[in-house]
Design a protein around this ligand. Structure first.
Ligand SMILES: [Zn+2]
Length: 132
């Protein structure tokens, strides 16, 4: 069973081990989608400017799961290599920001890649489900 971010108490403690890595598999946030984005212990928790995830709404399919008016996402799971993802899709690019989506259902954006930095791939901690 995967748990959504909102149902996890003290997620910043529960989801992260002493080394700052994810202790649970990170799945697509969509109900019924079982796509695994990142396997446990592959990503590192970092803080980033969440404003990058505020997209022009027209760029991706309308989606009630990912409400842009929620608090800015500032915590992200970071990996330095695209190959570290178990599954991920790439959607539109705006400026130097390439948005990441679910490889199975195209839900997005769940994170982004900064095209000016080849080692900058991040997934929002809130836009995921977790399987412990
Ligand atoms: Zn999905």
């Amino acid at each position: 069973m995967a748990e959504s971010y909102k149902t996890i108490e003290n997620p910043l403690e529960k989801l992260v081990n002493d080394l700052g890595k994810n202790v649970a598999d990170i799945l697509c946030p969509k109900e019924n989608c079982k796509c695994v984005i990142l396997r446990k212990n592959t990503a590192t928790l970092v803080e980033r400017d969440g404003a990058k995830l505020s997209l022009p709404t027209s760029t991706l399919p309308e989606n009630t799961l990912l409400k842009p008016d929620e608090d800015n996402d500032t915590h992200f799971w970071h990996v330095g290599n695209m190959m570290d993802f178990e599954n991920v899709g790439f959607s539109t690019t705006v400026g130097t920001t390439k948005y990441l989506s679910c490889a199975d259902c195209d839900l997005g954006p769940i994170g982004y890649h900064d095209t000016t930095d080849p080692k900058e791939f991040v997934i929002s901690i809130k836009r995921a489900k977790y399987r412990f």
